[in-house]
Design a protein. Structure first.
Length: 55
């Protein structure tokens, strides 16, 4: 589901305020859950696996 959301966000113009807000919210959520190690890029979110959530 995260991969699908990232794909949808990447289709929106990078300067769009909605995309920026949703990207920040997604990265913050995944970072606070400990799923990703940095809040810098959507690229890491595209390659998330089920085991990332299990850890």
């Amino acid at each position: 589901m995260v991969q699908k959301l990232v794909h949808t966000l990447k289709q929106i113009d990078p300067r769009d305020p909605y995309r920026i807000e949703m990207t920040d919210a997604l990265l913050e959520k995944l970072y606070s859950m400990g799923v990703i190690t940095t809040k810098k890029s959507l690229a890491k979110c595209e390659k998330l696996s089920v085991s990332s959530f299990c850890r």
